[in-house]
Design a protein around this ligand. Structure first.
Ligand SMILES: N[C@@H](CCC(=O)N[C@@H](CS)C(=O)NCC(=O)O)C(=O)O
Length: 277
């Protein structure tokens, strides 16, 4: 299934193309079928990896780590602070982009990277741009809604904690998120500006092609990165961000979200979820 000679060291070359240093090679013998995605359900970076795994038809278990204490595990597993982390047999890959190229390399079925060099280079470039935009999406959106009770509920409910523990953790987690992601007025405003630039980039790219996919006529890593990292703004039905009765949000935010949903970038994210997710 994996190709190559038994025991041959396989250097993840796609990652090199994307300018990533995975600084590791995998032995075919090490890759087994146990597959676990360590995640936060609400994380859009984790959604990016889930989407790719699902698209490729790969079985995996989801293991939810509690925000905060997760760092003990992530540092031990992959020497990073963030999720997602994929454990694939005895191998561990942290960071959604590294996971993306790892999966493309070792599970080439339903490839998300075009073969044509120019298209491939464009996909790699767009994947990186939308990956960075994920930070602005998160900061801008938390800037609007972090104090709403539904947000911490969506973050903590999946863990099934006793009520008293959850009520102690709620304010601590909220303040931790505020500090970690710099949810402060100036930074949120700048994130909003970069978000607008990202949405315009998406719309320009759509105009250049068929309007369905960002590059070529098939779903690629660029589409998965853009759609999943923008999804919290559009809260497609059934996703972890579909948590609000929007009529209870401040009217300025309601109208901003509505505008977003109506513009081509928003329509595109919703269409990708409806048709490709
Ligand atoms: N570049 C990373 C970003 C992942 C990321 O920012 N994950 C957030 C959740 S959305 C996280 O784990 N934050 C916890 C922390 O930084 O301690 C990736 O693509 O995986």
């Amino acid at each position: 299934m994996l190709g190559g000679r038994r025991g041959q060291a396989l250097v993840p070359m796609f990652a090199g193309e994307a300018g990533l240093d995975l600084s590791q090679s995998w032995q075919i013998d090490d890759i087994m079928t146990d597959r676990i995605l360590y995640q936060f359900p609400i994380s859009h970076y984790c959604e990016k990896s889930r989407w790719q795994l699902d698209f490729k038809g790969l079985d995996y278990q989801e293991k939810n780590l509690l925000p905060g204490p997760h760092r003990l595990r992530t540092r031990w597993m992959a020497r990073i602070d963030t999720l997602p982390i994929l454990r694939d047999g005895r191998r561990t890959v942290g960071d959604s982009t590294k996971i993306a190229y790892y999966l493309e390399k070792y599970y080439p079925q339903r490839s998300l990277l075009p073969v044509a060099p120019d298209q491939r280079a464009r996909v790699i470039e767009l994947e990186q741009k939308f990956d960075r935009l994920g930070v602005d999406v998160r900061r801008w959106l938390y800037g609007q809604i972090i104090d709403r009770p539904e947000v911490m509920q969506a973050m903590l409910n999946p863990y099934g904690l006793p009520g008293v523990v959850q009520s102690v953790l709620t304010p601590l987690t909220r303040e931790g998120v505020r500090r970690l992601y710099r949810i402060e007025p100036k930074a949120v405003m700048r994130a909003g500006q970069r978000l607008e630039e990202g949405l315009l980039l998406l719309e320009e790219q759509l105009k250049k092609g068929s309007g369905r996919y960002l590059v070529g006529d098939q779903l690629t890593l660029a589409d998965i990165a853009a759609a999943s990292l923008l999804a919290p703004l559009l809260s497609p039905a059934g996703t972890p961000w579909d948590i609000f009765d929007e009529s209870t949000l401040p009217s300025a935010l309601q109208s901003e979200l509505q505008k977003l949903r109506e513009r081509p970038a928003g329509q595109w994210v919703l269409a990708r979820y409806a048709e490709d997710r």
